[in-house]
Design a protein around this ligand. Structure first.
Ligand code: CA
Length: 232
């Protein structure tokens, strides 16, 4: 199963349909938005793995959408735009877009760009086959499938929660500092936002340790960071 969630932001219905039909045919999950406000709302509520973004939107310019999403998210953004001037591309990329596709585009090229993004995201996870599972107490991470289980139950984690968990799991037993975690999960520009980290860590712990009598997996080191404990 492909766990990659794509947000398609496009006000032009035929183009939107072309993209979503292509995604569906290749087993991608997707959600759609028809304007900038919708794009920001969907990003905040569904935490997609990648955003395909049109620049000419009815309510605001796509570059403004990039700017606003980049103030709190590192989600990869691929611009798909009819604007073909170098200056438009440079502005979008400088604002925080990861890639730029000019309309009319070929669906093969779009799929190739998506695969590149998926490979980049996969680099954040352990890659060797022997390390494709992580087990600790009741907790099991299937890195290849991107799934997390607690006993028999599959946990539904957001992309950020999953990255946090993988980073802690990879370093089981070691205390990771706030700065280290922020740099590895959000990128260096986030290094001072400990408040955001606390919020995500609280929701992750609630999912991991919600059940009555379940062991504590993540230990807080006040003023320092967090540590994944080895459960016997
Ligand atoms: Ca448009």
């Amino acid at each position: 199963m492909n766990h990659f969630l794509v947000l398609v932001v496009e006000d032009d219905a035929p183009v939107r349909n072309l993209i979503t039909i292509t995604l569906k045919a290749h087993n991608y999950h997707f959600i759609t938005a028809e304007n900038g406000e919708g794009a920001i709302m969907e990003t905040a509520s569904h935490n997609p793995d990648v955003i395909l973004l049109d620049l000419g939107l009815p309510d605001m310019d796509g570059v403004e959408v990039i700017r606003r999403i980049r103030s709190w998210s590192i989600v990869p953004i691929i611009v798909i735009s009819a604007r073909s001037e170098d200056s438009d591309k440079i502005e979008a990329l400088d604002t925080g877009a990861d890639d730029y596709l000019t309309k009319p585009f070929s669906v093969e090229e779009l799929l190739a760009r998506l695969r590149v993004t998926q490979r980049r995201l996969a680099l954040l996870q352990p890659s060797s086959i022997s390390d494709s599972f992580y087990e600790n107490g009741e907790l099991r991470i299937d890195y290849a499938a991107g799934c997390v289980f607690l006993g028999e139950k599959e946990l539904h984690l957001t992309a950020i929660e999953y990255k946090l968990l993988c980073l802690l799991a990879k370093n089981t037993g070691k205390v990771l500092t706030h700065k280290y975690i922020l740099q590895n999960v959000w990128g260096s520009s986030w290094e001072n936002d400990i408040g955001t980290l606390r919020v995500y860590m609280a929701t992750l712990r609630k999912k991991l340790e919600g059940a009555e009598g379940s062991p504590q997996y993540i230990q807080t080191h006040i003023g320092i960071g967090y540590r994944m404990l080895r459960i016997e």
